[in-house]
Write a protein that binds this ligand. Structure first.
Ligand code: NAD
Ligand code: MG
Length: 396
């Protein structure tokens, strides 16, 4: 028997928090994986450093000027990596026939088209980019089924639930005796704060998460609890659940990553240190298990696990997301787009922390909801919601 063929991996968003953790896991298993393509938005220096180590066939940057810079540096270094630029190049490296696995780790709506391209090409898709699924849920899951793609959730909560469900869990939770999904939340850096205290919060405070080190956008989402709202929508699509079947449980230690409750009273949980290399390694190797570089969980050091209900009055984003999922159609895409504009404005100091939920609610109130029949409808709803959000910001 010959050596098994190494899996070729494309990492979309390679220079980000998830992207670098993915490359860390891949580098531990050179006999199993090789890198086909690495992509980044503007971080050309970081991408150059990654190309030197991982020797991808292709590297992608957003702007041609950055791509030309990278091409020159790689040529000087005697590396054969081809460098492309722009959104079409992202799609190309996601669907290339040489690729087996695509890590979807671009942040926000920018990741939707390449992630869908990977699905359409029937790849093993490791989904970190939750915004892509939130925007296009029904279409996304339809494409997964139709194209025979293997979708593995990387978001730690969904990865945990995936591990707590029976291997075959399609066709509704009830069929498998699952009564509820328990989505754990750390509560973010402002757990227990009042609405008045929250109004004064700065971007630096919001990005200092107690348990996880992450990109800036998801850090702000974690602080507003919009991240948990997006994850609630994500769970509904991934596991064919209704919003009321997903209960958010604040668990400050972030040791239980989520749970599934069964009709016989059993609750199955997945535990581990808060390190994204665990779900990434799970997604890469599934159904096998590989070493991820994660320290073993020391329960004596953890000592206790606490649970409390989320404060939806101080953190209205969770409710806004649940309502968007219940409204259906393009409502989640509108929610996501308004939130992306709001988070950017907050990070640039143009909007108060509590203004994020306010802006999302305003846009929701004025934007019509359409059935999400096709991708064009979703992209149009996204563009309209962004315009409405920017106009509201400008008018204030
Ligand atoms: P990040 O900001 O650290 O990295 C984002 C990556 O995407 C970078 O490589 C960046 O260059 C690229 N990128 C950004 N904008 C782009 C654009 N317009 N076009 C093309 N590429 C672009 O973000 P992250 O924390 O790694 O998160 C990535 C995704 O994973 C997000 O959707 C996030 O919600 C999800 N996620 C992250 C974590 C985590 O622990 N960081 C956990 C769960 C889910
Ligand atoms: Mg998560």
């Amino acid at each position: 028997r010959g050596e098994p063929r190494r899996q070729a991996v494309t990492v979309l968003g390679a220079t980000g928090s998830i992207g670098t953790s993915t490359l860390d896991v891949i580098a531990r298993h050179p006999e199993r994986y090789r890198v086909h393509a690495l992509t980044a938005h503007r971080s050309r220096e970081a991408l150059l450093a990654q190309c030197r180590v991982h020797r991808p066939a292709v590297a992608v940057l957003d702007r041609e000027a950055d791509a030309a810079w990278l091409r020159a540096r790689l040529a000087e270094a005697g590396l054969a990596t081809e460098v492309e630029s722009g959104p079409d190049a992202l799609v190309a490296v996601a669907e290339a026939s040489a690729v087996d696995v695509v890590m979807a780790a671009i942040v926000g709506a920018a990741g939707l088209l390449p992630t869908l391209a990977a699905v359409d090409a029937g790849k093993r898709v490791l989904l970190a980019n939750k915004e892509a699924l939130v925007m296009s849920g029904a279409l996304f899951m339809e494409a997964v089924a139709k194209r025979g793609a293997t979708l593995l959730p990387i978001d730690s909560e969904h990865n945990a639930i995936y591990q707590c469900l029976p291997v075959e869990h399609r066709g509704g939770l009830a069929r498998h005796g699952v009564t509820q999904l328990l989505l754990t939340a750390s509560g973010g850096p402002f757990r227990g704060w009042s609405a008045r205290e929250l109004a004064e919060v700065t971007p630096a405070q919001a990005c200092a998460h107690p348990n996880w080190s992450m990109g800036r956008k998801i850090s702000v989402d974690s602080a507003t609890l919009m991240n948990k709202g997006l994850e609630l929508i994500e769970a509904c699509w991934l596991f064919d659940a209704r919003p009321e079947q997903v209960q958010v449980v604040v668990h400050p230690q972030s040791v239980i990553h989520s749970m599934a409750a069964y009709s016989d009273g059993s609750v199955i949980a997945q535990l581990g240190n808060p390190d994204m290399r665990t779900p990434i390694a799970y997604g890469l190797a599934w159904p096998e298990r590989i070493e991820a570089g994660v320290e073993a969980l020391d329960l004596f050091q953890v000592a206790r696990l606490d649970f409390e209900a989320p404060d939806e009055a101080a953190f209205p984003c969770l409710r806004l997301a649940r309502e968007a999922m219940a409204a259906g159609g393009t409502a989640p895409a509108v929610l996501n787009a308004a939130n992306e504009v709001a988070v950017e404005a907050f990070l640039e100091g143009r909007l108060a922390f509590t203004g994020i939920a306010e802006l999302v609610a305003r846009v929701r109130d004025i934007e019509p909801i359409a059935p999400a029949r096709d991708l064009e409808t979703v992209l149009e709803a996204d563009a309209r919601a962004r315009r409405a959000a920017r106009e509201w910001l400008a008018r204030r």
